[in-house]
Design a protein around this ligand. Structure first.
Ligand code: GTP
Ligand code: MG
Length: 241
């Protein structure tokens, strides 16, 4: 990978064709390895912002740069190599755990797959299954628990080794022990990667270099955690709630 992971949004506006909703005039820049936490109420435009970074949608105005290159000039295929995603619905297929981890890195050896699983705190639960890495995940990973699915998705992202990471933090409650494992796995994944996280946990937001508070498609507040907490605005009142 020669992508470093510097990301900037320059006056980015996007509207869905029929509804007019979307995101309005978004501006920020982050350095390689930094973490951006995106927060805000439902319908604020958090997922839309993330989708623009992956060219799922294209800006109507403005541009998005990775390492200074306008991503509208980058093929979606090479963008997928630069940006790994870990979503709530983990994107698992009805195949073995091994092949689910290997998605996007079909060339990887079983050793690489195992290393990624260890780094994702997934090795123990996989080893505990009678079929191990050959265990079939089921439709959309339905044979696995939520915490297991998440760690498979994290292992997949580990193996892909992309400089940019997109996380949609799960809202579903995990037991305390699993929660701790998932958090450790995510922290490992975040290190050295530029990370965009749609954050639902205070601890995640606290760790971020930049917090973007959105509402109705607009960036309402943006800055460091302490800075926003001190400002006494929307973000601060969220903290008090
Ligand atoms: P939560 O995931 O619920 O926390 O919301 P979010 O902040 O991720 O909002 P999102 O970016 O998904 O949506 C922003 C706005 O765009 C909302 O008003 C949505 O109803 C609207 N929207 C999202 N996806 C679509 C779409 O595919 N088509 C249209 N027309 N509108 C959409
Ligand atoms: Mg969303």
């Amino acid at each position: 990978q020669n992508v470093k992971g510097r990301v900037s949004f320059e006056d980015v506006t996007f509207h869905f064709e029929n509804s007019g909703q979307g995101v309005e005039n978004v501006n920020f820049a982050i350095e390689p390895g930094q973490t951006v936490a995106i927060v805000g109420p439902t319908g604020a435009g958090k997922t839309t912002l993330i989708n623009l970074l992956q060219r799922v949608q294209e800006p109507n105005e403005g541009r998005i740069l990775i390492d200074g290159v306008d991503i509208s000039n980058v093929t979606r295929k090479s963008l997928r190599q630069s940006v790994a995603t870990v979503f709530q619905d983990a994107g698992l297929f009805n195949r073995s755990i091994e092949s689910n981890i290997r998605v996007g890195r079909e060339d990887a050896s079983l050793g690489d797959v195992r290393d990624a699983a260890s780094a994702a705190s997934a090795a123990d639960f996989i080893a505990a299954k009678s079929d191990g890495y050959e265990t079939v995940a089921g439709e959309r990973g339905g044979q696995l628990s939520g915490g297991e699915r998440q760690r498979i998705a994290i292992a997949r992202a580990m193996l892909k080794d992309s400089p940019i990471l997109v996380l949609d933090e799960a809202t579903s409650a995990l037991d305390v022990e699993t929660e701790e494992k998932v958090k450790t796995a995510i922290d490992g994944l975040r290190s050295n990667r530029t990370t965009f996280v749609i954050a639902h946990r205070l601890s995640t937001v606290r760790d971020a270099d930049l917090v973007i508070f959105m509402d109705r498609g607009k960036v309402v507040e943006m800055g460091g955690f302490d800075e926003l907490a001190r400002q006494g605005g929307r973000f601060a009142s969220l903290l008090r709630a």
